[in-house]
Design a protein. Sequence first.
Length: 193
Amino acid sequence: MKVVSAEFVRSAYNNSHWITDERPEIAFLGRSNVGKSSLLNSLVGRKGLARTSNTPGRTQCINYFLVNGKFYFVDLPGYGYAKVSKSMRADWGTMARDYLTDRGQLVLFIQLVDARHPPSELDKELNDWLLANEKPHIVVATKADKLSANTLAKQLSIIKSEMPESKILLYSSSTGKGRDQLLDEIGYSLKKS
Ligand code: GTP
Ligand code: MG
């Protein structure tokens, strides 16, 4: 699949702000700071489209980006950011869960994990939820550029052993590694929808 255009559409802070047209959606999920917004930018080839930051918890709302005028990339807030207040964490949980559960137009869930670390408990919980609810998904192990080829192979086998039922793709938003493959997966999901 080729990206020919991408534009920011809107930020949603509650369900009254959700997009109401029926275009298919691709969601980016993962813990805070794992690289969701960077992945989105890398896929559309526009560095500053989704805001990225070294400060975890940067994306606090659901951000919609219209791609090729045909479908949405949906950038969700990250989970597991310890420094936000308990009530904010609960809010995140409710909003994300509602979103993930109720959106029939979600055709692919892209779950990000950090290639440098074994999946966290929250990563595994989300993965179990995706499987239990039969959500079409792919696990993207990102920041692959930060590891040597040897270490990367070891990390990949650890992630595979923790998430044996999911397809796993190595990615780097810095080098573009994995980009063509992930775009193909997205194209495939859109065709099926
Ligand atoms: P929240 O919005 O806080 O949930 O974070 P996020 O998951 O959107 O992460 P974001 O894309 O903002 O990236 C967090 C930090 O990791 C930034 O400093 C990025 O530059 C860096 N980063 C993201 N992806 C990669 C990657 O593939 N390689 C390297 N080297 N750095 C990356
Ligand atoms: Mg973000």
